[in-house]
Design a protein. Structure first.
Length: 164
């Protein structure tokens, strides 16, 4: 487990269970159950901290958003670090061009600087537009009238740490 800045490791955990579920172009979450152990590892668990967990894609960071204690353990829900982008904001984006150019424009339009990098192997051209949205919506919104990246270009979102 890491502090919320993901720069300082606090130590290991010894969960009873840890399940990671990833939906194609959808949710990517971790659910962990941790006992109240004698060594006090459970005391490291808190909202906004980062759990680095093994996945089929290698180690991936998940930010804790919910902690539920009960009589003998703590249940933790965490989202992939990608969802930190929910806290960023794009005032306005309307870009027509290649998928790479659209991603570049999206990053430039972000209200706050971010450690995330965006890349694609899609070579098609299209249009992505949105007003007052976060980057997750700009990338993944799937309603019929959304001018999102997924609707314009299709494809599969790959989340690997801070690389999207």
């Amino acid at each position: 487990i890491y502090k919320k800045t993901y720069t300082e490791k606090e130590g290991g955990l010894s969960p009873l269970s840890c399940v990671i579920a990833e939906e194609l172009n959808g949710a990517y979450e971790l659910t962990m159950k941790h006992p109240y152990d004698e060594t006090g590892k459970w005391r490291r668990i808190a909202r906004e901290k980062i759990i680095l967990a093994d996945t089929p894609k290698g180690k991936q960071p998940f930010r804790i958003y919910h902690v539920q204690p009960d009589m003998d353990s703590i249940t933790v829900n965490a989202r992939h670090i990608f969802y930190d982008l929910l806290d960023n904001f794009i005032q306005s984006l309307n870009k027509t061009g290649t998928a790479s150019a659209v991603l570049s424009s999206m990053k430039t339009a972000l209200q706050y600087s971010t450690p995330f990098t965006f890349s694609t192997d899609i070579t098609a051209s299209g249009t992505v537009a949105g007003e007052r949205k976060n980057p997750v919506e700009i990338l993944l919104e799937s309603s019929d009238d959304a001018e999102s990246f997924i609707n314009a270009f299709g494809g599969e979102l790959v989340r690997d740490g801070y690389n999207v």
